[in-house]
Design a protein around this ligand. Structure first.
Ligand SMILES: Cc1ncc(COP(=O)(O)O)c(C=O)c1O
Length: 351
């Protein structure tokens, strides 16, 4: 791997970050007249008149225990989308550098790179939805800063072969980002335990899926402390708001509940898969390691319209490469999945 100093945009290496009032004095007790807050309180009964901890100490400590990693290896973002944005801003010189994405995949890597004027080099997955390693190698040049891979992948649902990921980690000189948003639903292990072997690896996870906290917006990037330090340096000072910090701190006590929900989702995934496969107009239900199924129909747009007309909303992914006639269906509750199947049984494929 190249040295971090060679990969980070030079002006950021020496950036003096904004120093907030809470950076300069972080004690608990005192008369706080340093941050221009409203000393009389907030208009709500809850105490929201103080700025939140810019370093999210308590939250990082607790997450670190759960994930069995040191807090210095954790960056917290306003959703993983913030982490994706930070990573591109840190490593890509606008108008010069490029990133590799592997469609069909989560769109935000490409969209965010485009916003920051980084060239997006698309190397489609193989027809088996696996990494095209040779294609990736060919696409990389001296200005390639980032390779984004999403495993389990959205919208295909599969995890990539571990060896292909390791091959990229071992041979790519820049930063590899593995998005593990759906890792809790996967039968294969993620890369968190391997993080200390790879200085060029950033792993993204989120509380939006298995933990059921999408509305609170908390995304996590795990990486070498040198990378985390730079991410922390360029983030907005108070990027994780007080209510999110408080509520998530509490929510993290309920890991068992998360595990129970994951189990219920996996049970529903298996039963929905079988029921979908029984329908004559379903051509393929792809294997999934995530909380959704990618399903190929004879005519996906007609099925999509039919479902919308019955108030069942799924995601039509038919326009994406390798996803012709495919709908992405999130696993619902037993009742929701039954409603879906009962309606689909009434769908007529004939025009
Ligand atoms: C692969 C992947 N990464 C990240 C996200 C967004 O996560 P967050 O809610 O933490 O921004 C999604 C959301 O659907 C996703 O599919």
């Amino acid at each position: 791997m190249k040295k971090l100093e060679e990969l980070v945009r030079p002006h950021l290496l020496h950036l003096t970050p904004y120093s907030s009032a809470r950076d300069e004095f972080s004690g608990k007790n005192g008369i706080f007249l340093d941050a221009n807050e409203n000393a009389f309180g907030s208009v709500l009964p809850e105490a929201y008149h103080r700025y939140p901890d810019p370093h999210q100490h308590k939250l990082k400590q607790k997450l670190a225990r759960i994930k069995k990693i040191l807090p210095e290896w954790i960056f917290l973002g306003n959703g993983s989308d913030e982490a994706i944005d930070q990573i591109i801003r840190i490593f890509c010189v606008p108008g010069r550098d490029n990133v590799i994405v592997m469609p069909p995949t989560y769109d935000m890597y490409g969209v965010t790179a485009t916003i920051h004027q980084a060239e997006v080099r698309k190397v489609p997955l193989t027809t088996q939805f696996e990494i095209d390693y040779e294609g990736v190698s060919r696409a990389i040049d001296k200005y390639t800063r980032l390779v984004f891979l999403c495993s389990p992948n959205n919208p295909t649902g599969n995890s990539f072969h571990r060896e292909s990921i390791i091959r990229i980690l071992q041979n790519f000189e820049g930063i590899t980002v593995i998005d593990e948003a759906y890792i809790d639903f996967s039968s294969s292990e993620g890369f968190l335990n391997d993080l200390n072997q790879y200085e060029n690896l950033i792993i993204l996870q989120t509380l939006s899926k298995a933990w059921g906290l999408a509305g609170l917006r908390l995304g996590i990037a795990f990486a070498h402390p040198e990378i985390v330090r730079i991410m922390d340096k360029i983030k907005y000072p108070y990027n994780i708001n007080e209510s999110t910090q408080k509520i998530v701190l509490d929510a993290l006590n309920f890991e068992n509940r998360k595990d129970e929900m994951v189990k219920a989702i996996l049970d529903q995934r298996s039963s929905l898969e079988l029921k979908l496969k029984d329908l004559a107009f379903v051509e393929k239900v792809h294997h999934s390691d995530a909380n959704f199924l990618l399903v190929r129909f004879k005519d996906a747009s007609r099925v999509y319209e039919f479902l919308v007309n019955h108030n069942i909303i799924v995601r039509n992914r038919s326009k994406l490469v390798l996803c012709e006639n495919s709908l992405r269906i999130t696993i619902g509750t037993a009742e929701e999945n039954n409603a879906l199947i009962n309606h689909l049984k009434k769908f007529k494929n004939e025009p």
